[in-house]
Structures are given as C-alpha cells and as structure tokens.
Design a protein around this ligand. Structure first.
Ligand code: URA
Length: 242
C-alpha cells in the first residue's frame, strides 16, 4: 500500500496549486471511491483508490518528461544562487524534476527535463555513447583538416591529458570576408565545455552554441526559445528503448 495526502496527489497530477486544490475540494469537485471528498488531508492509496476531479478519473503518472528549448542565461541545475535555473521555465507542480545533463549557461537548445532517474542515468552513461548534435557559429574558417582532426579525437586538456573521442564535424557555411563558419558537431561524450574545448583545440572559438539533437530526440522547430512541451508517448518509448 502506498498512500499520499489527497491534496498532494492532486497537485502531483497537475490539477493545481495546493490552495486551488483546497478550494476545489470545498466545492465538491473531487471524489474518492465514489464519495465526495471533504478534506484535503485525507490519505489516499495511490494504487487502488479511484479519484476523480470534475467527474474525470485522475491517474498519477509516476514520471514526467519534458523537452525544453533552453535560452541563454539559464543554469542547467535544480538550484542556483546567481541565475535562474532551467526548472523555472517548466510549469509543473512536481518538485522532483531535474535536467538530464547540462548545457552551459550561454548554450541554447534541446534539454530533457524529467524525474526519471533511471532513464537519465542510462542516457548519460559514458558507456552508451549517446549522440548529441550541436549547431555552432565559429570565429574562424573551419577547414577539411579540422574535420579530420575531429575524426581522430582531439586533445582538449589544459594541464592534464584529456582526449575527446572521435567526433563528427560538418561544415554548413564559411564566410571568408567575415572570417566565420557555421557547423554541426556530433559528440558522444559530455565532458565539461566539450564542444568549446574541441573547437579551441583546432585554434578557433565558438561564438554561439545550440543543441539540436539528443539521442533520438530532435529539437522541434516549432518549439520557441524558452518554451517546453511534454514528450509524446512515442518519444518516451524511443528513449526507453535506446
Ligand atoms: N559543449 C559545450 O562546450 N557546451 C555545452 O553547453 C554543451 C556542449
């Protein structure tokens, strides 16, 4: 038997804030096993009790999965004292959400947010070699030799030896006059500042970075910067099977 307070159950199911839920219960909108619930603090069994809100059954999903188009200026953490976190962009009553891995504060693009620790662990495991593709603007002209250097694996350590695994660099555009390039870079690791350090290792600088894919997930073109949506069942299945 696994029990929860009724108001917590309804909050976790995304029905509203605790205050809103109290008022819904007062108004008689909530039933437990066919009876109108009278108090927010009664205990319900999350596996066996039938709970409805405005006559609709409420199923508590154990896990939530969101895809966020992260804007620059947000920290990929659950708490930070200096800047807003990516979680502040997710409208959910769940308190156990976290970002799967990290994007730098100035990096934009695809970030998965969930409370599914096992899935996150699997996706971040270095053994799994999950592809992550970034779109980058580079100060400097990227050359075919740079592509080969990425293919071989680059030394990206400052003082200690640190070799980045072979990665794929694709040149999208080069502008000789402005001395800049745009590229796609696909890596399978998640070392600190990895893409920026790899680009530095070929003597150039990243001026803009955006993650466009993570494993089987693509950044949806219609997902505006700073907005999020729930993953579809199909996307969740793809990640679970990955
Ligand atoms: N590589 C970086 O350098 N920064 C990121 O945010 C992600 C990958």
């Amino acid at each position: 038997m696994s029990t929860k307070r009724l108001d917590k159950y309804l909050a976790d199911a995304g029905i509203g804030t605790r205050t809103e839920i109290k008022s819904y219960i007062k108004k008689g909108f909530v039933t437990v096993n066919g009876e109108i619930a009278k108090k927010p603090d009664i205990k319900v069994d999350i596996n066996t009790d039938d709970i409805t809100f405005q006559n609709e059954p409420i199923e508590l999903s154990l896990f939530e999965y969101y895809i966020l188009n992260k804007p620059a200026g947000y920290v990929s953490a659950t708490k930070d004292n200096t800047a807003p976190t990516v979680l502040s962009l997710i409208k959910s009553n769940r308190k156990d959400l976290f970002p799967v891995g990290r994007l730098d504060k100035d990096t934009e693009g695809l970030l998965l947010i969930t409370n599914d620790g096992a899935l996150s662990h699997k996706l971040l495991s270095p053994k799994r070699h999950v592809d992550k593709t970034y779109y980058a603007k580079i100060d400097g002209i990227v050359t075919p030799d740079d592509i080969l250097a990425f293919e071989k694996g680059l030394e990206i350590g400052d003082e200690d030896l640190d070799i980045a695994m072979p990665a794929k660099l694709t040149i999208l555009d080069s502008n000789e006059q402005e001395n800049c390039s745009t590229v796609h870079i696909t890596i399978q690791e998640g070392k600190f500042h990895q893409v920026k350090r790899m680009v530095q290792a070929i003597g150039k600088t990243v001026t803009y970075l955006q993650r466009v894919s993570f494993g089987p997930l693509q950044l949806p073109p219609e997902l505006a910067l700073g907005t999020f949506r729930s993953l579809t069942d199909e996307e969740i299945n793809m990640l679970q099977k990955f």
